[in-house]
Design a protein around this ligand. Structure first.
Ligand SMILES: Nc1ncnc2c1ncn2[C@@H]1O[C@H](COP(=O)(O)OP(=O)(O)OP(=O)(O)O)[C@@H](O)[C@H]1O
Ligand SMILES: [Mg+2]
Length: 204
């Protein structure tokens, strides 16, 4: 369909942004059950990266539902659209030179695969926060598992809605066993391996 849309080429190149920022851009996408530790690890990692001088931003679950995705619920269709929109946002941030950290249950494999295609496999890192439902339920500070069990929350991932485990994630974090710091270290190492940041100074 011809909608009279034209792509305006940017005046500032990616290479110029990398040179100024002294790190590359990318999207670190945390997936896993509620309470698996996605937000905890994403924010702790952001602190490390930020302190190293990196440009970072955390896209976090419920926060985007107050604005960007305020019109969406938790049906399968709305969850697909929620992830698509955040993915597009993270992609724009990537173009702006930012390392985005996204902490969303993102239960559907197809959605995550689409993100990888859209963002590019060299810049997209799927991090699976693996944790059994029993342990997640035990960490129920927000009381949401209790409400889900009582039927007060519908379409709750792991209880009344599916979670499709990643088949070939870039990293699996065993958040039942490994400490938050150990998990953060592993993702940071992955960012170094991918050439997004360097060791302790993040200067490339
Ligand atoms: N190794 C670990 N990694 C991350 N979190 C851990 C770990 N061990 C214990 N926790 C605890 O588990 C809880 C994880 O909660 P968090 O809000 O990060 O989960 P989430 O995956 O973002 O859930 P939601 O999808 O509901 O937003 C926190 O209370 C955290 O302190
Ligand atoms: Mg969270």
């Amino acid at each position: 369909m011809d909608r009279n849309l034209y792509w305006h080429l940017p005046g500032v190149s990616q290479a110029e942004r990398v040179q100024r920022n002294r790190h590359r851009a990318g999207v670190v996408w945390f997936t896993g059950l509620s309470n698996a530790g996605k937000s905890t690890i994403a924010h702790a990692l952001e602190r490390v990266l930020f302190d190293q001088g990196c440009h970072t931003f955390v896209f976090d679950g419920d926060n985007v539902r107050h604005g960007l995705c305020a019109d969406l619920g938790f049906s399968a269709d709305d969850r697909h659209e929620n992830i698509r929109r955040i993915g597009e946002m993270a992609r724009l941030f990537m173009e702006a030179g930012v390392i985005s950290l996204a902490a969303f249950i993102s239960p559907y494999r197809a959605d995550r695969d689409r993100l990888r295609d859209r963002i590019g496999r060299e810049r997209f890192m799927e991090i699976y926060c693996r944790c059994s439902i029993a342990v997640c339920e035990n960490r129920d500070q927000k009381g949401i598992y209790r409400k889900a069990r009582a039927g007060e929350i519908r379409d709750f991932t792991g209880i009344s809605a599916p979670y499709e485990e990643p088949v070939a994630p870039d990293l699996v974090l065993d958040t039942e066993v490994d400490s938050v710091n150990a998990c953060v270290d592993r993702v940071h190492t992955l960012l170094q391996t991918r050439g997004i940041v360097t060791g302790s100074t993040a200067h490339i």
